[in-house]
Design a protein around this ligand. Structure first.
Ligand SMILES: CC(=O)SCCNC(=O)CCNC(=O)[C@H](O)C(C)(C)COP(=O)(O)OP(=O)(O)OC[C@H]1O[C@@H](n2cnc3c(N)ncnc32)[C@H](O)[C@@H]1OP(=O)(O)O
Ligand SMILES: O=CC(=O)O
Ligand SMILES: [Mg+2]
Length: 535
């Protein structure tokens, strides 16, 4: 349907979707795409070019052409915006109606409202998520669970978390909105719709339009975001610098450009976050064909104390605080259970230890995946921060991190075992089945799984096959063996789920799994071929 000159909506217009896809909102999206879409494509091509260099034996290093940005001590990012001074606990999660209310009520300082790792980009999820955010700001959101009869409503405004929206990354497209015949970039679609509908609503409440920016690979990608912000602010006559964005440093190339990323976004910057799961995925992806020097142990064996992970988080805190920016910690994957006291105990202990390390290292706050973990994270940061809203004054000037520290992957302790291989297969299958069914975040074996963690699982399998790796037990990992284990793991899931086993869903998951692990060519993102499965 042509909604505006050159703009076509190719998805169904369900109830209330016209409240989000208004001609004025679509005009902003078209402007963003027409002005910035070409540069987005060039930057994606630059990613591919960098990959060719890495696959050819190249390396990553701090950029000589931006040395001045790093050595110039005079610049700082903008001061924290209202609602973002104190970020000691941030809860993350998808934007369905119940989770929206639960997250806002959770007692966390910030809610990362997720259109990305924790979300399946079904058309319905994208538009209804925008409606839920707008309804939450208008306080017209409520929800009654038809099964339990439980009703949900927002607490008073003063008790709610500050909303920070995470749009999709630069690589994804929203195929249900075409501008001049081309799919709209998912990033600009999510950013633009939230900005159009909620920027003024947020300002009226004394806060602002805030974002988390995922999966960037260079400071030039940050510059593109900054230009999108200026374009959108000018278009709606909202002063430049009103938007604030926290960038996830979750790719290995971006770790070499942290300071430049802050610089590009300095008038809009709200700091950096250590997105550990995508970071691990990126390390595997970028060096997937480089043999033993870049082989990590199986995913459950890799911890934040591995030397290359410490180098990255230490550098992140140091860089942020040098520039007056917040440094926010990442996600410990342990999920509590309200039904199993032992699972709960383990989750609390693990999360407490993780948050303690972060708070001691100088982070200003951190993420949790579940409301029951909010008090754990808050207590730990209260212990370090006391009444101070953050510890940006802890400069960590003693930290020294070199390029080789960031790339020191092979010093990571741990093994590759048959159990680890089976776990990667099992988790990837279960996650893919859930994702295709519309859930982008799920608890599997008491761990939070989302797009980033699933990327690690499937990339490890591809990397082990490609590099002819043998398990600790001495068995070589081949396509044939993986296919055999795939059948076995699928059989176990079928037996465990019984009648709940969704045969067509798992068949699709298996097909996708094979596509992203057994094909000779590596797929850059699991979600790209997966998205093709949606109408
Ligand atoms: C790598 C990264 O990017 S990390 C960030 C992205 N990942 C995420 O955001 C994951 C967020 N977490 C989640 O989605 C969920 O916690 C899951 C899927 C892992 C587990 O969810 P569930 O199985 O529903 O957990 P559980 O049954 O214990 O939930 C208990 C209650 O807490 C609520 N809840 C759980 N997690 C969240 C959350 N993140 N936000 C809001 N509410 C939540 C549930 O809705 C449920 O509410 P109810 O009692 O009113 O029905
Ligand atoms: O988005 C966060 C991550 O760890 O990935
Ligand atoms: Mg991520």
């Amino acid at each position: 349907m042509a909604a505006l000159e050159g703009v076509e909506i190719a998805g169904p217009l369900n109830e209330r979707y016209d409240e989000i896809l208004t001609p004025e909102a679509l005009a902003l999206l078209a402007l963003l795409q027409r002005e910035l879409g070409g540069r987005r494509k060039e930057l994606l091509a630059a990613r591919a070019e960098r990959q060719r260099r890495l696959s050819g034996g190249g390396t990553l290093d701090f950029l000589p052409e931006t040395a001045e940005v790093r050595s110039d001590d005079s610049w700082r990012v903008a001061p924290p915006a209202p609602g973002l001074e104190d970020r000691r606990v941030e809860i993350t999660g998808p934007t369905d109606r119940k989770m929206t209310i639960n997250a806002l009520n959770s007692g966390a300082k910030v809610w990362l409202a997720d259109f990305e790792d924790a979300n399946t980009p079904l058309w319905n999820n994208m538009i209804e998520g925008q409606l839920n955010l707008r309804d939450a700001l208008d306080r017209t959101i409520d929800f009654t669970d038809s099964r339990s009869g439980k009703s949900y409503a927002l607490k008073d405004d003063g008790e709610l978390a500050t909303i920070v929206v995470r749009p999709r990354g630069w690589h994804m497209e929203e195929k249900h909105l075409l501008v001049d015949g081309e799919p709209m970039p998912g990033s600009l679609f999510d950013f633009g719709l939230y900005f159009f509908h909620c920027a003024r609503r947020q300002l009226e409440k004394g806060k602002g339009p805030y974002y988390y920016l995922p999966k960037m690979e260079s400071h030039l990608e940050a510059r593109l975001w900054n230009d999108a912000f200026n374009l959108a602010q000018d278009h709606l006559e909202i002063p430049r610098g009103t938007i604030r964005a926290t960038v996830l440093i979750e790719t290995i190339p971006a770790a070499f450009e942290m300071e430049e990323i802050l610089y590009e976004l300095r008038d809009h910057s709200a700091g950096l976050n250590a997105g550990r799961w995508d970071y691990l995925f990126s390390v595997i992806k970028k060096f997937r064909d480089r043999g033993a020097d870049f082989l990590l142990p199986e995913r459950n064996a890799i911890t934040m104390t591995a030397p290359f992970m410490r180098a990255y988080t230490e550098l992140l805190v140091r860089t942020c605080h040098k520039r007056g920016a917040h440094a926010i910690g990442g996600m410990a994957a342990f999920i509590p259970s309200r039904r199993d006291a032992e699972v709960n105990k383990v989750a609390f202990e693990k999360v407490r230890a993780d948050k303690t390390r972060e708070a001691t290292d100088g982070f200003d706050g951190s993420w949790v995946a579940h409301p029951d973990l909010v008090p754990v994270c808050r207590e730990v940061f209260d212990g370090v921060l006391g009444d101070r809203p953050n510890q940006r004054d802890r400069l960590r000037e003693e930290v020294r991190v070199s390029a080789s520290d960031l790339l020191n992957v092979k010093a990571t302790p741990g093994d590759i075992t048959e159990t680890g291989l089976r776990n990667n297969i099992d988790v990837a299958l279960r996650y893919l089945a859930a994702w295709l069914n519309g859930s982008g975040a799920v608890a599997i074996h008491n761990l939070m799984e989302d797009a980033a963690t699933a990327e690690i699982s499937r990339s490890q399998v591809w990397q082990w096959i490609y590099n002819g790796v043998s398990t600790r037990e001495g068995q070589k990992i081949t396509k044939e063996w993986v296919e055999q284990l795939l059948d076995e793991e699928l059989g176990k899931i079928r037996a465990e789920l019984g009648e709940a086993f969704n045969e067509p869903g798992y068949n699709e998951a298996v097909e996708l799994f094979k596509q992203v692990t057994l094909a000779d060519e590596y797929q850059e993102f699991l979600t790209t071929p997966a998205y093709v499965h949606f109408p």
